[in-house]
Design a protein around this ligand. Structure first.
Ligand code: HEM
Length: 112
């Protein structure tokens, strides 16, 4: 019972977040919201140095062009290429400036 409730609350919160993300997307792109939705399997196909996507907080980032510029080096990002890098991203203490700036690599959201 508790698990079911937790799941329902999680889905509701996720929906609220998606609506908020859509509003941000419209502000950033100045265009009607048509956020691309990707599955985990889609993202997993982009796991190479010349085609590298990451998931951070259910958002998908194409960091291919950024790999060589990454101050922490490209190898560490490639370890998570095509996968969820939320925990390592926050675990390595990225600054709030970085969290803002990384939005330029944002290409879509994860759908389950
Ligand atoms: C969109 C993805 C990412 C962006 C835009 C990004 C950007 C940056 C930036 C700008 C810094 C300099 C410190 C700061 O101001 O925050 C940094 C440092 C670092 N990043 Fe990332 N990063 C990303 C993903 C990752 C991931 C997935 C890892 C994996 C663990 C990682 C590991 C590190 C480490 C270890 C440093 C510290 C380097 C040092 O101080 O020597 N980063 N990153």
């Amino acid at each position: 019972m508790k698990d079911t409730l937790t799941h329902i609350v999680r889905l509701a919160m996720r929906k609220v977040r998606l609506v908020e993300e859509a509003a941000i997307f419209e502000r950033v792109t100045n265009a009607p919201c048509q956020i691309p939705m990707h599955t985990l399997a889609d993202v997993y196909e982009h796991c190479m140095p010349n085609d590298c996507w990451l998931i951070i907080n259910d958002k998908v980032y194409d960091v291919t062009e950024f790999l060589k510029e990454h101050p922490g080096g490209e190898e560490i990002i490639l370890e998570y290429a095509g996968r969820d890098a939320t925990l390592p991203f926050y675990g390595t203490g990225h600054s709030s400036d970085t969290v803002r700036e990384m939005e330029k690599y944002w290409i879509g959201l994860i759908v389950e």
